[in-house]
Design a protein around this ligand. Sequence first.
Ligand code: BG6
Length: 518
Amino acid sequence: MTTAATPEPTVFVIFGAAGDLAWRKLVPALYNLFLDRWLPEKFLILGQGHRQMTETEFRRHLRQGVDQFSRRGKTEKGQWESFAAHLSFVASELDDPRAYTNLAKQLAALDQEWHTRAHHVFYLAMPPGMIGTVTRELAKARLHLERQRSRIVVEKPFGQDLASARALNLTLAANFEESQTFRIDHYLGKETVQNIQAFRFANAIFEPVWNRRYIDHVQITVAEQVGVENRGHYYDKAGALRDMIQNHLLQILCLIAMEPPISFDADEVRNKKVDVLRAIRPIAPEELHRFAVRGQYGAGWIEGREVPAYRSEPNVAPDSSTESYAAVKLLVDNWRWQGVPFYLRTGKHLQARISEVSIQFRPVPHQSFPPAAMMDWRPNRLIIALQPEEGILLRFEAKYPGPSLRLAPVLMQFYYREAFRITPPEAYETLLLDVMRGDATLFMRADQAEAAWAAITPVLETWEAIRPTDFPNYQAGTWGPEAADDLIAQDGRSWVMPTFLQCQEDLAICRVTMAPGS
Ligand code: BG6
């Protein structure tokens, strides 16, 4: 949420530049920043990879990625060529000290050529196993010394559990200051996720009702239609809890539950989020069945296409007990949220790709209307739609037109695309620009990453200790295992049918007649 301008002259070093992340996300994002004139004039993307590649091959490879994944679609020749002039590649091994001394020399030479002291971003687009080696070698080559000008960026997964996340933090801290360390959670770069703060803290009318007195419960759904795709190697060791809940869903929860910050200073915002994570009530192992449900997809149908079971996916163990679905109920033990459950759910190969936060308000304290008027009555609900639709909806009651007194739920709706008529930037565009500007507000601080692991550790450990006996327990293309419905039903509630799914068909009708969920 920065308001600053173009970054200083920058060399953006990508370790693992021939890999998938650079191809799909990083370079398309940098290309769009370039087209939108956010990059400084003196700018170089220096790719490192262990495979020998000529500069021409490297550029061609990246162009294919941009053509496929840029929000703008295919590149235009002239624009690509101006951008490609800022791309350079060097083949080296990550554990070869000479690669780092050469890098230091190259960076010094660029400073001379540019007549400036450029900022250096070291982006580690690689599995976590190599983070230690790269940070140590960077430090040995004295590339960490400029506290204000050099930064290191680390991707998720940030560890496998609390212990490994702590070890990673210690490795990073041994060589770089926390202020130089940027841990990515790409959900924090999404416009709609950032908008939660704008919605909560730039408006006076919601804050007075944003607490246990008025809110009955909160649901956070991040449903995916994709399966594990080609990521079986990684995913089968991770699972939905590690892959999505520990980071993306908990970060959304933090934004919904945090206290208003005094300012948008990076540490102030992150302090407030850490407070939320620390207030999450630990789940006792013997109570776990009342608080968490896991699932794994069997074969099924997604949009008319038959898809295989999780256990038949490439690089997944045929008897895998990894969960592709997780639902948890969390309680936040503080004054604001005491007794208000937060239900989180996420899964792969679900019926639709949809991410929504649903905030359900309590019923009115006294019903003055006659029972006949109340047949369709529903409590107020605020929906923050994160993707693919982006917007905010408020469900409230209105009088149904006609001579008899009858109430009906209606929706007040805000859509990004209608209100602003621009294509918002991709999450990585926002995040990479913030790294270059040195603004860490949207990145995970060391204690934040650890507190998020601590919050899910009881679930993680219990699931690891007890092998599931019912996998696969949901069919691909459905909304997940039945046990997840039971989890919420035991509290007399049900999962909200994602609102935009109901609205997609006919917005006009939806506006008047929809009574989403119950
Ligand atoms: C990643 C997970 O962090 O987020 C993936 O590793 C998941 O498994 C992805 O598919 C979802 O991101 P988005 O932006 O598509 O919702």
